[in-house]
Design a protein around this ligand. Sequence first.
Ligand SMILES: Nc1ncnc2c1ncn2[C@@H]1O[C@H](COP(=O)(O)OP(=O)(O)OP(=O)(O)O)[C@@H](O)[C@H]1O
Length: 226
Amino acid sequence: MTSIEFDDVSRSFGDRPVLTGVNLALTEHRIGIIGANGSGKSTLARMMNGLVRPDTGTVTVNGLNVAKNQRKVRKQVGFIFSDPDRQIIMPTVLEDIDLSLTRVTKDKRERREQAMATLAKFGLADHADQPSHTLSGGQKQLLALAAIMVIGPSILIADEPTTMLDLRNANMLREVLAGLDEQLIVLTHHLDMLENYDRVLVLDGGRVVADDAPTPAIAYYRGLME
Ligand SMILES: Nc1ncnc2c1ncn2[C@@H]1O[C@H](COP(=O)(O)OP(=O)(O)OP(=O)(O)O)[C@@H](O)[C@H]1O
């Protein structure tokens, strides 16, 4: 079982408090984080792999203090963002997966085998040699996801992964994410995405104001927005 713990975590940017007194133990398989723009969701998520550090308090991932073990934690926590173009680096689909795999093995043949298996798993096998920039938005997001998952993180954080996708691609990605074995933390404004999740946190003004099953948590959030 994976776990992410926040122990009395606070963070300000300048004189603006962005997260205040956050205490959490996240062990469930699929967790959603919702809240208004600027409520602190991305800041909270970025603390889970050390992209943002707390001013006070401690974040622990699988028993590792994130501030002191950044490199180890980054191998365990993968991140995808709304815009896959920010994450796709290499000219072709296969080369992009191969680049990720250089972090796993130096053996070229092994990398190719693993890359092809991963592309098949994410429905991209027929696109291996296609220039990445010619993929559709949904396929690009799948490629960004595949390039992260091939490294073998135990936790995936997805920060508004469906924002740039049309409804069909958003639904497709939503299913792919829901089918992952790894622990999944999704930040989203697409509330229906979280229907079958195990737990949903609601942030408001940098505090966790609700922490519940999806239906009551989403109802609480809707109430806040009225
Ligand atoms: N590096 C930074 N420097 C200054 N302010 C920042 C920085 N990062 C975040 N903030 C501020 O912290 C607050 C929370 O931002 P954050 O991105 O965590 O919110 P969010 O809930 O993810 O919002 P959204 O739904 O719009 O993505 C915002 O007021 C934002 O302007």
